[in-house]
Design a protein around this ligand. Structure first.
Ligand code: SAM
Length: 471
């Protein structure tokens, strides 16, 4: 029986409810009256249910689709302004005992070199990332209780936070590791992590079990209930995602929204972020072997509809996608992107992008400086801000700020100050020129006079060498 408040995976992601939702969406996909009513509700910016959003996803009317795109872009602007948060993944270890059929780190892959960073290597990776200008990382690791136990992950987090190289610092470490116990989540929280990210891969239980034939990840319920355990362990910023291409996208979309509704119903706070990875070529992996791949058009619609259905969530797109696809996605609701990513273990220390231990092919291979300039040339404001979680504004406290539209008095000046740090310490002369001009203009967009004045004074102090201001 479908029950969003249940703590059992098969009840809050109820297969029958998803099937009924898809049938309902098919039945109503040309129902103009209903679609207009759903659009009117979407315009209130309070989100949509999985059923309502599924009707919009099924709708094939070109005019409606254009309206969805415009609304998604507007909602993103209303809640997040023109800011885009930057981060980079850091691969710690590709040892893995799981058998995920789409991932090159699967245990049966005998020719991929297995590698795990020593603390010394973590240090040099982090210095390379700091020297690019990164302040926020997402650490990634395979699942292997012998090679990558929780103690190893915790030690790496400590190392990462401890490194202060020149003016660099990693101020927020998000964590993307396999589903684990409440106790381990508690330890991660104590280590000062930002968001705990775990992709569901697919919400379809039968497919999930086939795609994960062996290993601890085979257990659908344990994986699907991970966010509830994370919340119980005190982590109130959690990041959802599905790996698009594994199952039918409409099924995944409904499941993803049901998961968000479940978190809201049980914990009073929805997902802090939603990621939209699509399956890519990798060593030993041929994406065409998965026959549910989605084209760029459907991908765009999914992004826009996630933004409309879950208006407050951060939305992440990685370098799995090309510059062109990312550019379009930025206009449909994305609020965070990675830049200059290396998806191999130890990749940042190398001059050339190493491919031997890569988790997936990187499509967008530009430098961080190029990505920053590209964002600014399009009118976006790149942000390296990490203030919220450091000020204790996590979970519902962050969502309150977002819902009250106070972000413009808080996140906006923080974005300007962290961009100023980037321009001063790391940018090329051309990027710096564009950035300084952008900061001058954007300073005027801080609504409160007092905040504007403090921000202007702090920007000056950054020029004089001070760092790490925040509202
Ligand atoms: N091992 C952890 C887990 O199982 O959740 C950490 C995550 S893994 C390093 C990061 C994510 O990469 C996976 O959750 C999966 O969605 C994605 N991934 C795996 N293989 C991929 C591929 N071939 N193309 C694109 N993304 C892939």
């Amino acid at each position: 029986m479908y029950d969003p408040r249940s703590l059992k995976a098969e009840e809050f992601i109820d297969h029958q409810e998803i099937s009924d939702t898809l049938a309902y969406a098919d039945e109503h996909k040309a129902d103009k009256g209903l679609i207009e009513a759903i659009l009117a509700k979407a315009e209130e910016r309070k989100g949509l249910s999985h059923r309502e959003a599924s009707v919009l996803l099924a709708c094939e009317d070109k005019d409606i689709i254009e309206r969805l795109y415009a609304l998604a872009e507007q909602i993103k602007k209303d809640f997040y302004g023109n800011r885009i948060v930057l981060f980079a993944p850091l691969y710690l270890s590709n040892y893995c005992i799981n058998h995920c059929t789409y991932c090159p780190y699967h245990a049966k892959n005998k020719h991929i070199p297995r590698k795990k960073l020593t603390q010394e290597e973590v240090r040099s990776e982090v210095i390379a990332l700091q020297d690019m200008g990164h302040k926020r990382l997402a650490i990634e690791a395979g699942e292997d209780p012998i090679n990558n136990p929780i103690e190893y992950i915790l030690e790496c987090i400590d190392t990462i936070y401890s490194i202060k190289h020149k003016n660099g610092a990693i101020r927020r470490v998000n964590v993307n590791i396999a589903a684990t116990t409440v106790e381990n989540y508690r330890r991660l929280k104590e280590a000062g992590i930002g968001t705990y990210i775990l992709f569901q891969e697919t919400y379809h239980k039968e497919s999930y079990e086939l795609l994960h034939p062996k290993g601890p990840k085979h257990d659908y319920a344990y994986h699907t209930e991970a966010m509830d355990r994370a919340m119980e362990g005190g982590i109130d910023d959690v990041g959802l995602g599905v790996l698009f291409g594994l199952e039918r996208y409409r099924y995944e979309f409904a499941g993803l929204l049901m998961h968000a509704e479940h978190l809201e119903a049980v914990h009073g706070v929805g997902p802090h972020t939603i990621s939209v990875p699509r399956i890519k070529h990798a060593d030993d992996i041929d994406p065409s072997a998965f026959d549910n791949s989605i084209d760029d058009e459907i991908f765009a619609r999914l992004i826009a509809l996630i933004r409309i259905a879950v208006p407050y969530t951060g939305m992440i797109i990685s370098t799995r996608e090309s510059e062109k696809v990312r550019e379009r996605a930025l206009h449909l609701g994305i609020s965070q992107i990675s830049g200059a990513s290396r998806t191999s273990v130890g990749g940042y220390g190398e001059e050339e992008r190493p491919t031997d231990t890569e988790q997936f092919d990187v499509s967008d291979q530009r430098t961080l400086d190029e990505v920053i300039k590209w964002l600014m040339d399009m009118g976006f404001l790149p942000s390296f801000c990490t203030a919220c979680y450091r000020a204790g504004r996590t979970g519902d406290r962050f969502m309150e700020l977002c819902k009250a539209k106070q972000i413009q008095n808080c996140c906006h000046p923080n974005a300007l100050m962290t961009l100023k740090e980037y321009l001063t310490d790391y940018a090329s002369p051309a990027t710096r020129r564009v950035g300084e001009e952008l900061i001058r203009r954007e300073l005027l967009n801080i609504p409160k006079e007092a905040v504007r004045q403090v921000c202007a004074a702090r920007l000056k102090k950054i020029e004089e060498g001070e760092r790490d201001f925040r509202f």
